[in-house]
Design a protein around this ligand. Structure first.
Ligand code: DAK
Length: 269
């Protein structure tokens, strides 16, 4: 895949994994509109490369440059001059980006190395799951700025930890430690250092890359499609997805290899 030179992102492709680093350490990687545009561009390139079979991308890591922050939220400096309509446009642009992230057919891990506040926490929650360094901190401090979450926090925080806990965090604007975020289910796993965090995220993505890519993509999209539906409708959606799996060469190969006691070589279709 060919990425252009970004001014606020660093991109590394290794094996089948793309690592995207938010790179504005002087502003604690705050999500300026430039960062949002560049992230959007990266997702378009990765999505198109996967769809076109150009590069076997099997996962993405999003992390922050420096030791201090994943992202300290939306760029407050940029936000202050916005009219209500510009604020709405800014919010819907970032929301569209989070939906694009969720619909990528490969898993995305947020590797949170420091502050993940406001929009930073919301970006992390749009990833499939969050790994964190023990020094990381999470929060939605919008109420301290006279704001409300604008990048999906009111929706995804309660999906992650339940309504009552989410209300408490959003109403108080309180910052929580990585340990507390882990206990609340916001964070899947904790790591002692930034290096261990990135190694842990890569290890998980490589483990997933050893599975059938069509099945992983189908599980991701099915879990997303069942959200918000009744159990019975959710089960119908799952059964449809199960039927589709039987049309794939990956399913033929996976079951054949199991019965032959071999390692499967998934064709990815
Ligand atoms: N935006 C812009 N610059 C930021 C920033 C941010 N969010 N966070 C930090 N910086 C900058 C600081 O201004 C400072 O720059 P200089 O003064 O050196 O030029 C530099 O990064 C280092 O920050 P500090 O000096 O403050 O560092 P500390 O270690 O003392 O404190 C901190 C770290 C993370 C606790 C602190 O920086 C902080 O509280 N930052 C703000 C966190 C925050 O409130 N984030 C915003 C959450 S609200 C919307 C849609 C969505 C949203 C908003 C609107 N619309 C629809 C319009 C979302 C809003 C949010 O994300």
């Amino acid at each position: 895949m060919h990425f252009k030179e970004y001014s606020s992102l660093l991109i590394v492709q290794q094996d089948t994994i793309v690592t995207v680093t938010l790179n504005r350490p002087v502003a604690l990687n705050a999500l300026s509109s430039q960062v949002i545009d560049e992230l959007d561009h990266v997702l378009d390139i990765v999505g198109a490369a996967i769809a076109g079979g150009a590069w076997p991308c099997r996962g993405m890591i999003i992390t922050g440059a420096g030791e201090k922050a994943f992202a300290a939220g939306a760029d407050i400096r940029e936000m202050t001059g916005m009219s209500p309509d510009q604020a709405w446009a800014y919010s819907t642009r970032m929301q569209a980006l989070t939906l694009k992230l969720e619909s990528l057919p490969v898993p995305v891990i947020a590797a949170v190395n420091g502050f993940a506040l406001g929009g930073g926490c919301e970006l992390a929650m749009a990833c499939d799951f969050i790994y964190a360094a023990t020094r990381a901190a999470f929060g939605q401090p919008e109420v301290s700025l006279g704001l409300v979450p604008g990048f999906g926090g009111s929706v995804r925080m309660q999906q992650r930890m339940g309504l009552a806990r989410a209300r408490e965090l959003l109403y108080t604007g309180q910052r929580i430690t990585a340990d507390e975020a882990h206990r609340l289910g916001l964070v899947n796993a904790l790591f002692d250092s930034q290096e261990a965090l990135l190694t842990g995220a890569r290890r998980t993505l490589l483990m997933i890359a050893g599975q059938s890519p069509t099945a992983v993509a189908a599980v991701k999209s099915t879990m997303r499609r069942v959200e918000g539906h009744s159990t019975s409708r959710g089960l119908e959606i799952e059964a449809e997805s199960f039927r589709e799996a039987f049309r794939t060469a990956d399913m033929q190969e996976g079951t054949r290899a199991f019965l032959a006691k071999e390692k499967p070589a998934f064709p990815g279709c």
